[in-house]
Ligand binder design. Structure first.
Ligand code: TXA
Ligand code: MG
Length: 316
């Protein structure tokens, strides 16, 4: 059932059940983060490997001490600047956080979401919500209740409908090693914005990513249609001529070539708008029975880096 009834959602979580919830980034599959039994239902439904930890969503800055300890100064600065919002901090965990949530790591990923419905829901609960994105493992994240329904149909009882997610792309994940901040995942807050608050940070390269954050597999965020990415979209089109082509471009319509469907992410060249539209565009392109999706790389600044990261992973 798709509903806007927050009380119903709260009761379901208190009963140890799972449901989909809106956040400002993407929809999440939610469970009581303190209940290993409830969290297991998320892993089963998503078909997610157990070594891939979840993000714990909290209702207030004060609640942070219930899930994490030894919080570095830089983390406090970032939380004060960006919470509620699309920033996830990987911190030393409190012992009572179940191993299944953190993949038995010493750390826990935490964020305070900024969506009126998820905030109202958390306020009705005395436990935090563990929630990965509400999609089967490896596929494109959902940015609307309809996307979630399309994935899980009647295998998921309840979807809390909060409209299209305002940001449209996942949170930025920052971890700490020897008190040094490290970017684990590009996200809705650009590296430039993070660095404005705490100075230069280390960017984890793809190879380094694996041991720290097993979920950031190189193949991820992928449509089922094969996708190719290039700086030169015309060259790509030439290479695939004769095929049933769908096109994903940043800001310009490509004319005079044989394209079945084209998605333009932002006709005003706004990276924010492109991020908002990215997953919806990929979901649509994936539904058209195309042979290939050809995507244009975006300018590699700000949110362009996040979008390029997702497109690169989708091509693997
Ligand atoms: O915007 C978001 O972050 C959304 C919404 C629902 O909050 N959630 C989301 O969750 O994208 P998920 O599960 O799709 O991605 C969480 C990422 C995974 O790549 C996981 O490996 C990483 O967070 N992660 C979780 N706990 C971690 C930890 N203790 N150390 C390092 N990485 C961690
Ligand atoms: Mg995900």
């Amino acid at each position: 059932m798709i509903t806007k009834n927050i009380q119903l959602a709260a009761d379901k979580l208190k009963d140890g059940e799972i449901l989909a919830i809106p956040t400002e980034t993407v929809y999440g599959l939610a469970a009581n983060a303190y209940s290993e039994d409830a969290v297991k239902k998320i892993f089963d439904l998503k078909n997610r490997p157990n070594n891939n930890p979840l993000i714990v969503h909290i209702k207030s800055y004060d609640f942070l001490q219930n899930v994490a300890l030894d919080i570095p100064d830089a983390a406090i600065k970032l939380a004060r600047e960006f919470w509620p919002g699309p920033l996830t901090l990987v911190l030393k965990k409190q012992a009572h956080i179940p191993d299944l949530v953190t993949a038995a790591k010493e750390t826990v990923a935490v964020r305070m979401p900024n969506h009126p419905m998820s905030i109202a829901l958390l306020e009705k609960l005395d436990f935090p919500i563990a929630a990965p994105s509400a999609n089967p493992f490896g596929s494109i994240s959902p940015t609307s209740a309809e996307h979630v329904y399309h994935y899980f149909k009647d295998n998921l009882d309840l979807i809390l409908d909060g409209g299209h997610c305002e940001k449209g792309i996942e949170s930025t994940i920052i971890g700490f090693q020897n008190n040094e901040a490290i970017l684990y995942r590009h996200g809705s807050i650009s590296v430039e914005e993070i660095e404005r608050v705490i100075g230069k940070i280390k960017i984890m390269t793809k190879n380094e990513t694996a041991p720290e954050a097993p979920g950031m597999l190189s193949k991820h965020y992928a449509p089922s249609t094969k996708i190719f990415l290039s700086d030169d979209i015309h060259e790509l089109i030439k290479k695939h001529s004769g095929k049933k082509i769908g096109l994903l471009s940043f800001d310009k319509q490509i004319i005079g070539v044989d394209i079945l469907h084209q998605e333009i992410l932002s006709s005003t060249s706004s990276l924010e708008q492109a991020a908002y539209n990215l997953y919806s565009a990929l979901h649509r392109l994936d539904s058209y029975n195309l042979e290939v999706i050809l995507a244009e790389r975006l300018p590699n600044v700000g949110l362009g880096k996040t979008i390029n990261d997702r497109l690169e992973r989708a091509t693997k």
